[in-house]
Design a protein around this ligand. Structure first.
Ligand SMILES: NC(=O)c1ccc[n+]([C@@H]2O[C@H](COP(=O)([O-])OP(=O)(O)OC[C@H]3O[C@@H](n4cnc5c(N)ncnc54)[C@H](OP(=O)(O)O)[C@@H]3O)[C@@H](O)[C@H]2O)c1
Length: 276
């Protein structure tokens, strides 16, 4: 291994914003670790990266709806002994209903809890690789909630479309970013949360039939444009901006809920218990 090689781990890079982010980072010379549900579906991205003829990419299976899979993925990553300079918590789902293997609401479990555990398990390696960054891909959809229904996070999705639960999960991404940044002060690891824009990706695959006529008319960015704020947070955001939320490649306002440090601390404790 080239000791000067920068290493980036990204979740959900077989498609969408993650795929473009991974290709851009590989092109800039990062060694990529892709963590996703399916090697078969990730193979075209791995092949694209190999064609750049830079560092050999790695793939590890990761099912964020199963905390045992998250633990196995983290173990496999740590067994490589590679440093982790960038951890990009990108994977996510929307407009879906259900429960994770451990019984958590699906969007909360996949979008927040799985990434919370993955980050927690890899944190020592990230800190020892500093300067390093952790990027949490959130969403402006966090604006659609003004509370976290703690009592419903251990139940199947209650809303008909999963939209409310998606908003909660994305508010959790922002709160997690804030608390993580606070806890990492002085480590030279900075954390950023972001909204990528409304982007034409597979995230819309589960749109219920009665919403499809409306979704069709929403103007959407290409995945290439959708990856710009992630790349901005990786390359251009200042370490002094750690903990902040970005949209359109600049700091953006969040809601009172998503900026509430007491909520952020409570979410951290709640998530720790959930993953124990
Ligand atoms: N597109 C938008 O308009 C938009 C707007 C705001 C925020 N975002 C956020 O941007 C991020 C990337 O989304 P995208 O738009 O690029 O969507 P996408 O094309 O659907 O990609 C989502 C990725 O997440 C993975 N994923 C889903 N469920 C998973 C699970 N249980 N375990 C592991 N991986 C899982 C998917 O893997 P599979 O292919 O195997 O399902 C896929 O690789 C998400 O966090 C999303 O919330 C997107």
């Amino acid at each position: 291994m080239d000791m000067n090689q920068r290493v980036a781990l990204i979740t959900g890079a077989n498609t969408g914003i993650g795929r473009i982010t991974a290709l851009a980072l590989a092109d800039r010379g990062y060694q990529l670790i892709l963590a996703g549900r399916s090697l078969e579906r990730t193979k075209p991205v791995l092949d694209n990266i190999r064609r750049l003829d830079k560092a050999e990419p790695l793939f590890f299976e990761l099912r964020l709806d199963d905390l045992d899979s998250v633990r196995a993925c983290a173990d496999a990553v740590l067994a490589t002994n590679l440093p982790i300079h960038l951890l990009i918590n990108n994977a996510g789902l929307a407009l879906q209903r259900g429960q994770t293997r451990q019984g958590y609401e699906l969007a909360f479990g996949v979008n927040h809890l799985g990434h919370f555990l993955l980050t927690h398990l890899l944190l020592g390696q990230v800190i020892s690789s500093a300067p390093a960054r952790i990027i949490n891909v959130a969403s402006r959809a966090h604006r659609m909630t003004n509370n976290i229904p703690w009592e419903h996070l251990r139940e199947p999705t209650r809303s008909l479309t999963g939209t409310k639960e998606y908003a909660v999960s994305k508010a959790c991404n922002i709160l997690f970013t804030k608390e993580l940044a606070r806890r990492l002060e002085g480590t030279n690891v900075s954390c950023f949360g972001l909204h990528p824009g409304v982007v034409a990706t597979d995230i819309w695959r589960a749109t219920p039939f009665f919403m499809k006529p409306f979704v069709k008319f929403i103007p959407m960015l290409t995945p290439e444009d959708g990856a710009k704020t992630t790349l901005f947070c990786i390359e251009s955001a200042e370490p002094s901006q750690s903990g902040q939320y970005f949209a359109n490649c600049r700091v953006a306002k969040t809601t009172p809920l998503a900026s509430d440090l007491a909520f952020a601390e409570y979410l951290w404790k709640f998530s720790g218990v959930a993953c124990a």
